[in-house]
Design a protein around this ligand. Structure first.
Ligand code: SF4
Length: 449
């Protein structure tokens, strides 16, 4: 049997710091760690510091020095953690420095040095955590909250500003999920392309390498884990362009979920949308040049207060040009507390409905044409469901996210199981789905993998 790693903890400072220490200990205990009362018995030591006044700082620095001398492996957290330069100058051997309330970072730093031992016979929770999705796909939440202030949205008021997770924490979670059978990671947040801005793109160690909490770096690292990586809620900031290269290189899926919401500059301004530039169409064209297989999904709002016939026509014309592969549409609904409620010229409900229908018709027309171009191609799909009675399987291609996009309907499903990744030849299409036949016998395909 493997022995659980033992952690030592020195807790300094006020009762708030003590509560932080208790939370760290609680999380570690739930993950199977044990604790040591002395330096010698510990695999590593966490020092929770105080930085309130100079004497408290000096006491914290002394405690760090003692832990390094007696044990050697030291993680520093707490209030003095905001003075990382001072800590590293005084004690260069410190492994990781985190600030107050950064429980997750502390726990990740512990994992990095002394990984938890998962015991399937004793642990109540599997190593990858509990999931509500099928085993073969998993959502990966990279941040909480949002620092934008779109006028129709109250999420920042409910969830607060953007708080990005440390990149190592995201990557270790993704790695655990892939190890447990996940074949598709769906990256989610309120604003995926803003990832890391709030933590100044801080690096954290992932398998001994420092990785930056940056959108591109995160995508590149996820692209090495051997699963499909699908990006949701991306805003077209200029730095997104670099991720298109990863898509062209087959590192991550050629799929972007960008909630454009509208195309009229007047409406976008009234909506206070982030990354709203007039050059969006040029950007989309250049992305498609780099990665011709790119599928773009987006949502649009019709009937936003002040939307004129011209604004709406601009949106329809834009859709024609942008050729959005998968478009969803909502009729504008006021949300209590949203700034947009103050905008005059509310659009009557019947006009909203008409515009909704016109937009969906346009979107469907585009989808029919774009899917028809895929007929004849051999593509890789991930199987979600198998209906043995009908000898049919429902799968998704790299262009389809679960629940929101279309499917690939496979005839001759013998030998296929949910979670299989197989090659199929597309023989037909309609407005939303593709129809395909397995390239070779599915059992053979699975045996080849
Ligand atoms: S709609 Fe705007 S404010 Fe709301 S979560 Fe999305 S980006 Fe943030």
């Amino acid at each position: 049997m493997h022995k659980a790693p033992k952690i030592g903890l020195v807790s300094l400072g006020c009762p708030k710091a003590l509560v932080d220490s208790e939370r760290i200990l609680t999380t570690l205990r739930a993950q199977g760690y044990e604790f040591s009362r002395d330096y010698a018995g510990a695999d590593l030591v966490i020092v929770n510091t105080c930085g309130f006044i100079d004497s408290a700082k000096a006491e914290s620095l002394d405690a760090i020095g003692e832990a390094i001398k007696e044990n050697g492996k030291v993680i520093v957290t707490g209030c003095l953690g905001v003075e990382e330069d001072l800590i590293r100058k005084t004690h260069p051997k410190v492994l990781t420095v985190t600030g107050p309330h950064q429980y997750e970072q502390v726990v990740e730093a512990v994992h990095e040095t002394s990984p938890p031992i998962h015991d399937p016979f004793v642990d109540l929770v599997p190593e990858q955590g509990l999931k509500l999705t099928p085993k073969h796909f998993s959502y990966l939440k990279i941040s909480e909250g949002c620092s934008n202030r779109c006028s129709f949205c109250i999420i920042p008021a409910i969830r607060g500003d953007l708080v990005s997770r440390p990149v190592a924490s995201v990557l270790y979670e993704a790695e655990r999920l892939v190890k447990a059978g996940t074949k598709e990671l769906l990256v989610i947040s309120q604003d995926t392309s803003a990832y890391g801005q709030d933590i100044k793109y801080a690096s954290t160690p992932f398998h001994g390498r420092q990785v930056k909490a940056k959108f591109f770096d995160l995508c590149a690292e996820l692209g090495e884990l051997g699963a499909w990586v699908r990006l949701h809620y991306v805003y077209p900031y200029p730095h997104v362009d670099a991720a298109i290269e990863l898509m062209a290189d087959n590192k991550i899926l050629p799929y972007l979920d960008i909630p454009f919401q509208h195309a009229s500059p007047t409406i976008l301004k009234a909506m206070r949308r982030p990354a709203n530039t007039e050059k969006t169409l040029d950007r989309i064209n250049s992305w498609r040049k780099t990665c011709p297989d790119l599928a773009i999904r987006s949502t649009f709002v019709v009937g936003f207060p002040g939307e004129t016939d011209e604004d709406f026509q601009m949106l329809l014309d834009w859709l024609d040009e942008a050729q959005i592969d998968r478009a969803g549409c909502f009729e504008y609904e006021p949300v209590a507390g949203a700034k947009a409620n103050e905008i005059k010229n509310v659009v009557p409900d019947e006009i909203k409905r008409q515009r909704y229908e016109m937009l969906m018709e346009k979107a469907q027309q585009i989808s029919v044409e774009r899917l028809a171009k895929k007929v004849g191609r051999t593509i890789e799909v991930l199987v979600d469901d198998v209906n043995l009675e009908e000898n049919q399987a429902t799968a998704r291609s790299k262009w389809d996210a679960p629940e929101i996009d279309g499917n690939v309907i496979i005839d001759n499903a013998s030998g296929i199981k949910p979670g299989d990744m197989i090659e199929v030849k597309v023989h037909d299409s309609d407005a939303y789905d593709l129809y395909a036949t397995p390239e070779i016998d599915c059992a053979d395909q699975q045996a080849e993998r």
